[in-house]
Design a protein around this ligand. Structure first.
Ligand SMILES: [Zn+2]
Length: 307
């Protein structure tokens, strides 16, 4: 049986929120089978639990925010991406502020934390969302066109295209296909950092965004070039980060997908609309498990090791 996975033990990290600039502590804790991933605002007088779901996403400006009543957690997508990449089904995320720590701007620090805690197999079958029919969302026309699509596929493949006309981005690959059966999330995707343009930073800060952002947790680009002294971590780090974000945004549906995702200029908002479109079409998917793990696609049958 292909089993659900959680952590072996708890693990902690301290950092600042990318947008709020606020100090925040997180504690990642094991959870029972079928719990899913549940954020807990432990700083509130009565701690509030926010289980992840496509419908819990309430804001998508610059980051994905989940809410329960007035309790929120901003910028959940990089941890969610690490959980998708390592195949973590059940997890409590205790958090002491309204925004996740940005750490190094990628999913690598979360991968390190989760792997250091150890991953444990649980005695319950892992449930997948198996696409039976394509679903698609589209917005805008001409230069403003963007779209995202999920279609049937035995495995999990993501194909993303960005379209920045900027000298520092143009010179890199703007298109990428990542297949979890062929590539390694940890090596190929997890280290890609979030990025921002100096021309936008002033406007963002006026709007209370990017207050915790800087060269140690983002790729910063002026009108011509990347300003980080070390340059890029991958030649195509920008589109890789978009795939990292998409894996995190899509995992907010609460279960791993058996599907091919393709997207053109998508982002947090459109990724969430795609999940809502999927949930609105129950005929387009089934929930499946694998009694024989050898029947599961290679990328899911051979996830990050457990010990
Ligand atoms: Zn991101």
């Amino acid at each position: 049986m292909l089993k659900q996975r959680t952590l072996k033990t708890l693990t902690r990290a301290v950092g600042v929120g990318l947008h709020s600039g606020q100090r925040v502590e997180i504690t990642l804790r094991p959870a029972h089978p079928n719990t899913g991933i549940v954020f807990r605002r432990v700083d509130l007088p009565d701690p509030v639990e926010i289980p992840v779901s496509a419908l819990a996403v309430t804001e998508t400006r610059m980051a994905s925010t989940i809410s329960c009543g007035s309790a929120k957690v901003h910028t959940v997508e990089h941890l969610m991406s690490a959980c998708a990449g390592l195949g973590i089904d059940n997890l409590y995320v205790d958090i002491t502020a309204e925004e996740m720590p940005i750490l190094d701007g990628s999913a690598a620090s979360f991968v390190f934390l989760l792997q250091s805690a150890g991953i444990e197999l649980q005695d319950a079958p892992r449930q997948f969302i198996l696409l039976k029919q394509a679903v698609e969302v589209r917005q805008g026309k001409g230069v403003h066109e963007k779209w995202a699509r999920l279609e049937p596929f035995h495995g999990y493949q993501l194909s993303f295209e960005i379209d920045f006309s900027h000298p520092a981005v143009d010179s890199t690959g703007q298109r990428l296909l990542f297949d979890i059966s062929a590539g390694s999330f940890t090596k190929d995707i997890a280290r890609a950092r979030t990025f921002g343009f100096t021309k936008d930073v002033e406007m963002m800060r006026t709007n209370g965004l990017a207050l915790g952002g800087g060269l140690d947790n983002a790729i910063v680009i002026d009108d011509y070039k990347v300003l980080n002294a070390g340059g890029l971590r991958y030649d195509d780090e920008f589109v890789k980060h978009k795939i990292l974000d998409a894996m995190g945004d899509l995992y907010l549906v609460g279960k791993p997908l058996l599907a091919k995702y393709s997207a053109f200029r998508s982002g947090h908002a459109l990724n969430n609309l795609l999940l809502r479109e999927l949930l609105d079409h129950p005929e387009a998917w089934d929930l499946v498990t694998f009694a024989d793990s050898q029947q599961a696609p290679a990328g899911y049958a051979q996830l990050a090791r457990t010990w």
